[in-house]
Ligand binder design. Sequence first.
Ligand code: CP
Length: 304
Amino acid sequence: VHHLLGIKYLKEQDIQLIFETADHFKEVINRPIKKVPSLRDITIANIFFENSTRTKLSFELAQKRLSADVISFSAAQSSVKKGETLIDTVNNILAMKVDMVVMRHAHPGAAHFLAQQVKASIINAGDGAHEHPTQALLDSYSIRERLGDVAGKKVVIVGDILHSRVALSNIFALQMQGAEVRVCGPKTLIPKYIESLGVKVESNLRQALEWCDVANMLRIQNERLDVSYFPSTREYVQQYGVNQTLLNSLSKEIVIMHPGPINRGVEITSEVADGPHSVILDQVENGVAIRMAVIYLLASKLKP
Ligand code: CP
């Protein structure tokens, strides 16, 4: 059985194949008829144990554009609330003849665990602070679209790196494609192991922005935060928030990314988020084509 559990299990040629397949699907979803019959024989369950807007809707739309049968499950409205385990939950869903499971879970390694326990293709839609592989793929795809290539580009990831699966998956994906990655944020939100991944830490935001071609701005994950570790929001905005005045003062133009959801006025102002250098909604648009590509490529391995 084939899975997408994390970027670290992919090779560079896998990423290129996903991008080429996504190029095709991006053209398809811009046609008047946005749907292809490719996965009429496949049933997919989306099971989300954590909240999501973009990832959940984007996966659902990608599956529907491929003509798959889709069921979606939010733990908060399910029998998980009565104490049912993850494995029982998934095995009951699989008993309904489901071929593929897309899962978001708060625990790092949850998708991995599931892949070992059940007979279905698993796609990790985010596991705790571990990985969010389709987010990193759509982020790299959006850089490729805006700047022509990922290789040789300088990308700084700004903010709460410690709690971020987006940061880790992006580091793996960007380095694999030949980009250079730095992180920038308060010491308390940078994990100690980051330099062992070949990622330099830059504490000064202006210097980080002067260095980079792309700044990927992350949200402070208040829901995962031990407040004693955190600078105040006012201090954070002063030291690590990106506003238009700061962007205008740089010696060159840079691309602004954000995986969403945005804390407007904290890590990024509305003027920057909605401005000409932002590719934030391009990232969301590309997410559908990327997820179509991932599902299509995995499903092609399920067929006899
Ligand atoms: N980028 C992202 O994962 O957003 P959601 O949490 O809304 O899915």
